[in-house]
Design a protein around this ligand. Structure first.
Ligand code: NDP
Length: 323
């Protein structure tokens, strides 16, 4: 591609980048990117005078028609790891690569959440929380870590990192993905035909799958019933992976012992949803991990430079596959 007249291409930053997110801090992203690409013109979506200047879009859930007038767009950078809200859109410009953020710090933050939630169940903390509310000294002998089986569905950037961290705690970790994976110390399974066997062994089920046409509704009532009675569910991926109604019923019935939920079919979770008031449910408002400007900027800057030099970007999303 040709450089914008008057701009320096040796910094790998010709043209302008538009930023859009209702959740992320524009000033922090601008500063982190500017440190790596000093000549890149970085503008918030509200500051765009001429959409033809835009070469790169760094965006999280932009409004419909956002890309329409960006005739010179070369790269769409999804401001996050999950791309389901982007790849399903009908207003994407044809032929423009979409990349996602992969950032070890984002994976570490996610693993921290998953570790917290998993160890809380592995160490029976919810039962001590309940006992404390009764003022009861309710001794319960700790289980050996290896006696607690944790199944991680999804062994991608975030899932594999979390699975390794869980294994480091001595837990028995099973992993499940689409294509076969090998991860030291983790019993890896692949493909739909192995899913029920994985679920049947999961004292704690951790969902780290992308939301795609194949995974939407994957964890329905039948599959939840495959879990051993009293199993705990941790969903840090997307709410629509799970039949929320069935999950709620099974939490009330005790088949599911507990759930830690960061994501929901509808967000924000409506105030009248029964999940809010269930003692065996812990709710957080979709923040298990976030993209961190200071660390993720390196990968974004690298991709911008690659595109500027006419090279293909890395970490490209396959819209057909959905992730
Ligand atoms: P990746 O895209 O790196 O990995 C996805 C994993 O899921 C891969 O192992 C893939 O298999 C597997 N997978 C995909 N489809 C199927 C299928 N049909 N059957 C079996 N396995 C499948 O994702 P990340 O690890 O980076 O992130 C996972 C999800 O976490 C994101 O998509 C996002 O929705 C969510 N997320 C949530 C956040 C939060 O704050 N709550 C923050 C960030 C992300 P294979 O290895 O064979 O490709």
């Amino acid at each position: 591609m040709s450089a914008v007249p008057g701009s320096s291409s040796n910094s790998g930053a010709a043209g302008a980048l538009v930023f859009y997110s209702e959740f992320d801090d524009f000033a922090a992203w601008r500063e982190a990117l500017r440190a790596r690409l000093p000549s890149l013109d970085i503008r918030h979506a509200s500051e765009i005078a001429n959409p033809a200047d835009i070469r790169y879009a760094l965006a999280w859930k932009p409004p419909a028609g956002f890309f329409d007038s960006m005739a010179n767009l070369r790269l769409i950078i999804n401001l996050g790891a999950g791309v389901d809200s982007l790849v399903g859109r009908t207003d994407l410009p044809a032929g423009i690569p979409i990349t996602r953020i992969t950032d070890p710090h984002m994976a570490r933050m996610m693993a921290g959440y998953v570790l917290f939630a998993t160890l809380r169940y592995a160490r029976d903390i919810p039962s001590f929380e309940q006992a404390q509310r009764r003022g009861a000294w309710a001794y319960r002998h700790p289980r050996a870590p290896e006696d607690v089986r944790v199944a991680v569905l999804g062994l991608g950037e975030l899932g594999a990192f979390a699975a390794r961290e869980l294994r480091r705690q001595g837990l028995t970790v099973l992993g499940w993905s689409r294509s076969p994976r090998q991860i030291d110390g983790i019993q890896c399974y692949a493909g739909m035909e192995t899913l029920d066997a994985v679920l049947a062994q999961a004292d704690i089920l951790v969902l780290m799958l992308p939301l795609t046409p194949q995974t939407r509704g994957l964890i329905g009532r039948e599959r939840l019933l495959r879990l051993p009675r009293g199993a705990a569910l941790i969903n840090v991926a997307r709410g629509a992976l799970v039949d929320q109604r069935a999950m709620t019923d099974l939490l009330q019935a005790g088949h599911l012992g507990g759930a830690t939920l960061d994501v929901f079919e509808r967000e924000p979770l409506p105030p009248d949803d029964p999940l809010w008031r269930m003692e065996n449910v812990l709710i957080t408002p979709h923040l298990a991990s976030v993209a961190i400007p200071s660390s993720a900027a390196a990968q974004i800057a690298d991709n911008i430079s690659r595109v500027d030099r006419g090279e293909p970007p890395l970490n490209v999303v396959d819209p057909g596959r959905g992730y």
